[in-house]
Design a protein around this ligand. Structure first.
Ligand code: GLN
Length: 283
């Protein structure tokens, strides 16, 4: 019978996986199968692995080779220094979305009680990152998907973050008559016929969290149209969008009566988040 060491599993994973992230993915899959962390793996390269654990690792590795995203196989992903449990009901948090969180935190004072809403929260990554960094703020996390809200609620519980509430509904329809100091959202923004949707990790993510109409802007149009009725005067809206949608989103914000319209670029220097301020409280 083959006897596996940690090093042997790493070699098997590196041989089977391709792409820039192969080595990091190998470590994540082995740490998951063995129930240890990455630091332990480095210090125990020559340890013999129990056959049942080696079997679990090979099962994870074949799922990855078949295309499933690592974050769904291991069931979690880090975002803004917190670890989020994930299922295929929710989008996998992306590093570029940390820009949206940073821009929101710049607008939320530490010591003031403000009301913020995250529309289409998915795993809860954005809402919980904000709530965790601003304990005085009250954050409402919404989603149209009940299974997604279950994942987000589970994350709030596990992370011990209690200044978050949850509401089910489609974009602003989840808000009733309520008004907020700030609205954030990472809505779906990929065009329905975009070839990326049938490639790589995106194939496994919820279509409703990725794609939105012929030009990808349907959800953003609805949010921008309805947001003024849910903001106090001087309240702000921040939206993530595709790298080539900045001009279109700024135009929508202006048409909807917002002022101080701007777009911020992500770490790769692509237009990624647009925002604006509600001049007066809309009726
Ligand atoms: N940024 C994601 C991607 O291109 C899309 C996320 C979204 O639609 N909100 O993979």
């Amino acid at each position: 019978m083959t006897q596996y060491t940690v090093r042997g599993l790493l070699d098997a994973a590196r041989a089977a996986l391709t792409g820039d992230e192969a080595s990091s993915e190998a470590h994540l899959l082995i740490a998951h199968a063995l129930g240890c962390d990455r630091a332990w793996l480095v210090a125990h390269r020559d340890d013999v692995v129990a056959p049942v654990l080696a079997g679990q690792f090979h099962c994870c590795l074949s799922r990855r080779v078949a295309g499933e995203p690592v974050a769904y196989i291991i069931g979690h992903r880090g975002f803004h220094a917190l670890d989020f449990a994930l299922t295929p009901d929710v989008l996998i948090p992306r590093p570029e979305t940390e820009l949206l969180v940073e821009l929101a935190l710049q607008r939320i004072p530490q010591s003031v009680k403000v009301d913020i809403v995250d529309l289409g929260t998915g795993s809860g990554a954005i809402a919980l990152a904000i709530a965790n960094a601003r304990p005085q703020a009250r954050v409402l996390a919404t989603d149209a998907s009940v299974p997604a809200l279950d994942v987000a609620r589970g994350n709030a519980r596990r992370l011990g973050i209690d200044n978050v509430d949850f509401a089910q509904g489609d974009w602003c329809a989840a808000l009733g008559q309520r008004r907020f100091d700030g609205i954030v959202s990472n809505p779906p923004y990929i065009a329905e016929n975009d070839a990326h949707l049938v490639q790589g990790d995106l194939r496994f993510e919820p279509r409703s969290a990725l794609a939105s109409g012929a030009d990808g802007l349907d959800a953003i149009r609805r949010i921008v149209r309805d947001a003024p009725r849910h903001l106090h005067a001087g309240g702000w809206l921040l939206l993530e969008h595709g790298f080539d949608q900045g001009m279109a989103v700024r135009g929508l914000l202006q048409q909807s009566g917002f002022v101080e319209v701007f777009t911020a670029r992500d770490l790769e220097d692509r237009e990624r988040v647009s925002g604006a301020v509600a001049r007066k409280a809309a009726a």
